[in-house]
Ligand binder design. Structure first.
Ligand code: URP
Ligand code: ZN
Ligand code: ZN
Length: 463
């Protein structure tokens, strides 16, 4: 089966040009002018063709505060219609068990239920000697990044020794260490203090997790990475103070990288104070920050001090899930949606107003995640030999984001009312059309587990 995409404006991290793309089976076999000889022709005149989005930060069916986030089936269809063709989800080592057990559990949850390709990071919750010895086995199974939660005390938080040990061992095998950087001990103390004072509403969530605890943990993780002489990737950077720690390390030549998320670029802490417990919809960690942090984060993306924008998609219903914390904000499951909206938001609020260039947009939402997490050049670009994971984007239409029309399975959308300046028209996953005229036409189960390679982009800076 051959498919031809005609006359689209191909945009990669480095180029923009009008050409045809010929696909045979699952791969791109030619790019050029006046290509022919295909079974299906898709006219992309007047539209952009981007590489499929790669979202390196998702939590499908993630257990949190006694409940579980939205499932693979709905959320990966939402990803597809939103222009994302690969995710890297977080598998978690069950406490007292092995890393392999974590991987197998998540593999079983995803098998046959994903509309798009997927890989896994492994979150280490118990860094005993056996765990450390297992790291190389995970790398052989295509898991080439490991995450440590420096927060969520009493649940999945680890101490500095665990972080240091993983940094050292992961580096030996070409694997990247990632951190959720918040000082969990101090968050816990602040939460207890606020609860004892009867301060129980969602608006106290950011008070319990001030920017200083994020900046401190970011700085500590960076110092430990330097001691271990290992690369570090800081996830969901929410504020200027934390970003500055990463920038300083990068300017000194250390392999320290960071991700931010649409919620930190577009939303602010005022949402937490919405009446009728509506603020609970915006309880995610690190919390939303004062608006003054947004421009510094956009600038850091354009200047290269932050490398990616992951959605941190961890979606819960308002009714029955967020309401678990009605009497106490510390019990609200942390997380929000975004997998369906990430690409369009980044284009609409980044490219359209000129905060980032269109090539940097492609770099941030696809190419750099592919390079950083061992998927490049199979994914993350438009080139002969790469998987035909492609997004045809129509910049001439606009839609308003709303829970009423979304594919995400939850009962609200944190980006309700935001404009999408352009729509995802067509999406191909390894050559198969899974979205046509903005409608999902694929099958759940189209997605495959994708083994990731070690020694990704971060290792280019390791001395
Ligand atoms: O609030 C969030 N971000 N929930 C998901 C888990 C995490 O910390 O990434
Ligand atoms: Zn996190
Ligand atoms: Zn997360």
């Amino acid at each position: 089966m051959k498919t031809l995409i005609k006359n689209g404006k191909i945009v990669t991290a480095s180029d923009s040009y009008i050409a045809d793309i010929l696909i045979e089976g699952q791969q791109i076999i030619a790019i050029g002018k006046d290509l022919a000889d295909a079974d299906e022709v898709i006219d992309a005149s007047g539209k952009f063709v981007f590489p499929g989005g790669i979202d390196e930060h998702t939590h499908m069916a993630f257990p949190f505060n006694g409940t579980v986030s939205a499932p693979w089936e709905t959320e990966t269809i939402a990803a597809a219609v939103g222009g994302t063709t690969t995710i890297v989800d977080f598998a978690i080592q069950p406490k007292g068990s092995t890393l392999m057990e974590g991987l197998t559990t998540w593999q079983n949850r995803a098998a046959g239920k994903s509309a798009i390709d997927y890989g896994f990071h492994l979150a280490v919750t118990d860094a005993n000697d056996n765990t450390i010895d297992e790291i190389h086995t995970l790398v052989e199974n295509g898991v080439t990044s490991f995450k440590l939660f420096m927060a969520y005390k009493g649940e999945i938080m680890v101490d500095d020794t665990a972080l240091y040990k993983v940094l050292k061992e992961a580096k030996k095998h070409g694997a990247l260490t990632m951190v959720h950087a918040e000082n969990g001990d101090i968050v816990y103390e602040l939460q207890r203090q606020l609860v004892s004072e009867g301060k129980l509403e969602p608006k106290y969530h950011p008070v319990s997790r001030p920017m200083e605890v994020e900046a401190e943990a970011t700085s500590r993780a960076i110092q430990l990475a330097k001691v271990a002489n290992a690369p570090l990737f800081v996830v969901h950077v929410s504020c200027e103070a934390a970003m500055k720690q990463i920038r300083a390390a990068k300017e000194q030549g250390f392999p320290v990288f960071g991700e931010t998320c649409p919620q930190y670029l577009l939303l602010d802490e005022s949402y937490l104070a919405l009446p009728d417990f509506e603020g609970a919809k915006y309880v995610l960690s690190p919390p939303l920050r004062p608006k003054s942090n947004q421009d510094p984060l956009w600038n850091a993306l354009q200047e290269g001090f932050l490398q990616t924008v992951g959605s941190d998609h961890c979606a819960f219903n308002f009714d029955g899930q967020k309401t678990i914390g009605k009497e106490d904000f510390t019990k609200i499951p942390n997380g929000g949606n975004g997998i369906e909206n990430r690409v369009a938001l980044l284009y609409s609020y980044g490219v359209v107003p000129g905060k980032i260039s269109i090539n940097r947009f492609v770099d941030i939402m696809s190419t750099t995640p592919a390079k950083m997490f061992g998927l490049y050049p199979q994914k993350g670009t438009i080139a002969v030999g790469s998987d035909a994971d492609l997004v045809i984007f129509d910049p001439n239409k606009t839609v308003t984001i709303s829970a009423a029309t979304q594919k995400q399975g939850t009962d609200y959308n944190i980006y309700e009312g935001f404009q999408s300046e352009g729509v995802i028209d067509t999406v191909l996953l390894r050559g198969k059309v899974i979205v046509r005229e903005s409608e999902y036409v694929g099958e759940v189960g189209d997605g495959q587990y994708t083994k990731r390679q070690p020694n990704g982009l971060a290792f280019e800076l390791v001395k």
